[in-house]
Design a protein around this ligand. Structure first.
Ligand code: PEP
Ligand code: MG
Length: 582
């Protein structure tokens, strides 16, 4: 058994045998010198090949539009633009005239140079475009040579597989047999690569950036791929397999529930209605969230927009991303969290060699220290706000001064929009993440200046229990059911309610089925989680009553240790199951 770790690009678990796809390199490109008098004939040949290529890409575009979405189909629209780009044609003609090389050679030369340049870019988005150029050039050269693409078809598989490849160009990705390909494991790619975007749109688990996995894995080997943790295990042992098979069963169960529960309210049997929302990190995830029956976005982690090396998203790019989410969600609230860079989400421009990055220059501290950058984000959110129902949330607030400073900069951002006569959303709710113990302890004060709370249990646990959430040696100590955490939760929720604001939670605990009844009992109003968990949590909520949840919460609050709390929950769950079965 061996496990490889890459970039978790599309959540979910898949277990199947490997299908190792060796993409053909470029077709053998004939290279010879032509006479000046032959230029015309070569040029005509190119026109025909381009026309054929355009027809092929148009067909792929229509297929993508029909089978996936308009947005994903745009990848092929971009290919069409490149194929029809007059400058590109002029460049080819000029190169043919100066070099007197045959047209296949010229197409190869020009496209190779362009993609090499893009590959050198620090920006992964540009590096991904290099893949598109290679895809187009291969198609044109194939058509010039009238070569039928002779690689194995991905469109029809005779068994369930996990597709392993160096990379997957978009036109291959679109054709894959989605009923048989259970997961994707690629050497290359990133969260922003087209293939990652497509995998998420297909709902197909994917791990990218696995370096040389396609050379290490053999066809037919058993693989277990976890797109949530970003791991691929080869020949998993029986225990691992059983554990993951159970998770797969859970996954299936969840999808069935999804269909049944989608439009039902998250309401206990005695009528306590709470809100279930989704956490997202990329705009395209909003569509999946909608399908899960979410009532909005409870946490949009915007820092991923800033994590492309060497490039921070400018105001327009941010405006576009936020608008896209808001438009997708329609009237539903979208909570945009201002950047939470730092800690484990390091960006070299801001953090250099901090001894304790988790306690360092991060999140709201970084935003307040860079007011122009912060206001740029706030303006983008305010302006995008006209496209939907936006809320703003500040991360890692440690006390009232930080909230006041952040609010003052928000006022400045509003004034700047007004001055530039830009349309922007006026009445935006402003909330605070409660994820630092000092914020939890002063929640009553923060509640005076906050429109809502969202409890970030991931950090709250890390900081309260002094356990680095990324360190596997101590991670078992970061237990959500520590009595200290439960006391914090009660204090935060009570403080919110006393001041008449809602208390939500967007840390992982909100999507933990074992915690649902306790959180209901403590009075939590809003649960925000990965959209895959929404149906399951909704099912639990719809099967419990508040009286029993409150009794459980009180019992847990009296717990003296983590194990006492856990056993109270366990006992409650089995008693509740027995009641339901009766
Ligand atoms: C949290 O800390 O619980 C949280 C939701 O924020 P993040 O996981 O992005 O730190
Ligand atoms: Mg956090």
């Amino acid at each position: 058994m061996k496990t490889y770790t890459g970039i978790p690009a599309s959540a979910g678990i898949a277990i199947a045998t490997a299908f190792v796809y060796r993409d053909e390199e470029f077709p053998e490109v004939p290279r010879y010198i032509i006479k000046k008098t032959e230029i015309n004939a070569e040029w005509k040949k190119l026109q025909k090949a381009l026309a054929r290529s355009v027809a092929e890409v148009k067909a792929l575009y229509e297929k993508a539009k029909r089978e996936i979405s308009r947005e994903q189909a745009d990848i092929f629209q971009a290919h069409l633009l490149m194929l029809e780009d007059v400058d590109f044609h002029d460049q080819l003609l000029a190169r043919m005239k100066t070099s007197l090389r045959n047209i296949e050679w010229v197409v190869w030369d020009v496209s190779h140079e362009t993609s090499q340049k893009l590959m050198m870019s620090a920006d992964p988005v540009f590096r991904e475009r290099a893949v598109d150029i290679a895809d187009i050039a291969r198609r044109v050269i194939n058509n010039l040579l009238s070569v039928k693409r002779n690689r194995p078809s991905l469109a029809k598989m005779d068994r369930d597989v996990i597709l392993v490849a160096r990379n997957l160009i978009p036109s291959d990705a679109i054709t894959i047999d989605k009923s048989r390909v259970k997961g994707l494991a690629l050497d290359e790619g990133s969260q922003t690569s087209h293939t990652a975007i497509l995998a998420r749109a297909f709902g197909m688990p994917a791990v990218l950036g696995l370096s040389t996995i396609s050379k290490k894995i053999k066809d037919g080997e058993m693989l277990m791929l976890n797109g949530t943790s970003g791991t691929v295990t080869v020949n998993p042992d029986k225990r691992t397999l059983t554990r993951h098979e159970n998770e797969v069963k859970q996954q299936r169960k969840r999808s069935d529930l999804l269909a049944k529960l989608r439009d039902l309210p998250a309401e206990t049997t005695d009528g306590r209605r709470v809100t279930l929302k989704a956490n997202i990190g990329f705009p395209e995830e909003a569509e999946r969230a909608l399908r899960s029956g979410t009532e909005g976005i409870g946490l949009y982690r915007t820092e991923f927009l800033f994590m492309s090396p060497g490039k921070a998203a400018d105001e327009e790019a941010q405006y576009e991303a936020y608008s896209r989410v808001l438009k997708t969600m329609g009237k539903m609230p979208v909570t945009i969290r201002t950047v939470d860079l730092g800690g484990d989400k390091l960006v070299p421009e801001f953090q250099d060699n901090e001894k304790n990055p988790l306690l360092g220059y991060r999140a709201i501290r970084l935003s307040l220290a860079n007011p122009e950058l912060f206001k740029m984000q706030l303006r983008a959110i305010l302006r995008a706000g006209v496209n939907g129902n936006v809320r703003i949330m500040f991360p890692m607030i440690s006390g009232i001064e930080e909230l006041e400073q952040a609010r003052a900069l928000l006022d400045e951002a509003r004034a700047e929009c007004k001055k530039k006569k830009q349309a922007f959303a006026r009445d935006i709710e402003v909330g605070v993440m409660i994820e630092i113990p000092s914020a939890a302890m002063t929640a009553d004060i923060l509640a005076e200046k906050a429109g809502f709370f969202s409890i970030g249990t991931n950090d709250l646990i890390q900081h309260s229990l002094a356990v680095d959430r990324g360190n596997e040696k101590v991670s078992h100590l970061g237990d959500s059911y520590h009595p200290a955490i439960l006391r914090f939760l009660k204090q935060i929720i009570d403080a919110a309610h006393e001041k008449g604001i809602k208390a939500g939670m967007c840390g992982e605990l909100a999507g933990d089925p074992a915690a649902t009844a306790v959180l209901l009992g403590l009075g939590l109003d809003e649960f925000s989680m990965t959209s895959l968990s929404i149906p399951h949590i909704k099912e639990i909520i719809r099967g419990v009553n508040m009286e029993s949840c409150k009794a459980l919460a009180n019992k847990c609050l009296r717990g003296r240790s983590t194990s006492e709390v856990r056993s109270s929950i366990k006992a409650w769950m089995s008693a509740n199951d027995r009641v339901k079965k009766r």
